[in-house]
Design a protein around this ligand. Sequence first.
Ligand SMILES: [Zn+2]
Length: 484
Amino acid sequence: MTGNKSSTKKELIAKDNFSEWYDNVLLEAKIVDDRYPVKGFSVYTGWGMSIAKRIIGMLEEKLEENGNEPMQFPVVIPEDSFQKEEDHIEGFSGEVFWITHAGNNELERRLILRPTSETAIYPMFKLWMRSHQDLPLRMHQTCNVYRYETKATRPLYRGREFLWNEGHTAHVDYDDAEAEVRAAIEAYRSVYDRLGLSYIMMKRPEFDKFAGADYSVAFDTWNPDGKVNQIGTVHQLGHNFAKAFDLTYEDADGEQATATNTCYGMGFGRTLAATIAHHGDDHGLVLPPIVAPIQVVIIPIFFKGKEEIALNYSKKLFDEIKAAGIRVKLDDDNRFNPGDKYFTWEMYGTPIRIEVGPREAQNNKVTLVRRDTFEKTQIDESELIPTIQGLFESIFENLRAKDKKTLDNLIADAYDLDQLKTYMDSRMIVRINWCGDPDCAFNLKDMVSGEIRGTRWDVEEKPTGNCIMCKEEAKYVAYVSRTY
Ligand SMILES: [Zn+2]
């Protein structure tokens, strides 16, 4: 059962008040319930999980099209595997959950809950790669990972358990791994693009790359609270893990060679959070049709004595829409009045609402209301399916265009610290000239409420002045923002 009788009496929360709006939408649209009695762990509820599953499906399909095999590795990693790659331990050891006991007995070999799965996967990769003919190895899995976050947790943005998809690969050489990095980036882009999300692709600075990587590319997207939300990352690992895990194979000349690895991860919580936060409005969610669990809701409007006419016509429309492969629901629950239902389905972000009164039924007309603009259209029944399909396209284009415009308007250039501070206070994403020295980056972080996130991966940008901190010659155009 959805909604309740008093729903129209509930007050809507303006999205300008983002934090309160977000918490309200998570609960009212049944996305996530944060009241689970362990801090940093939350429950994906019906509507939220239904959307997440569609995003997961989009990515998995794309990765498997690329040749990644689906796998499912154990959640536990033995201590000795986890500790093989030094940078990796240093990066993660502060946040791992340990399993030290089984029943009343202390374990001889302690286990960790995976914070990410490189160290679970590589001992198996080692068994699977004997010859160059066994390569590349390419897998992916959708699973939960566990990190004891010490920063404030926030549902979907930062939790101690998070749902993601991780890809792991091994290649004969660096070039082949480079091609994999590009393929993974394209796979991620295709998902974000179809969600209408705007993003910038950052090559992370050395001090902020994945623990054990050669370099890391991240997808950063804007958030209404002014923080940047990292929704996916792709890493070229070079030989770092291959050396630690002895990932060698016999090459075509019969010589032993070392493999090259890549890995990548898409956080579904954060991607879902971005979809909610970017497209939502004062009435709740606004979903891109591709991920809406229900794309069209039909609401019969009952007039005394004419209930049957509206209901029968609604059923006819339902059958027609369903037969066209569109996810449709007939909301004929007569315990709620139409106003309550509008409120509920608007909160759920259902892209199209069809209102059916006796007049529509008698004249073979259909009244459609699109969720993004609330624009109402009346058409002949014969035009129903093409009209719905056209509206889906138009809703998606509208969401995508608005999203891109928001991001474009958030990016500003600063040439001195005062300017940078002013823009950071207005919660912008700020471009600066940077010499590349980590000290300048650390000093900057101490002086403003943001940090250097990296340099553009997808666009080549040339510095237009000296380093904003040390005034020496700049090598990079870097992006500064607040972050989760
Ligand atoms: Zn500098």
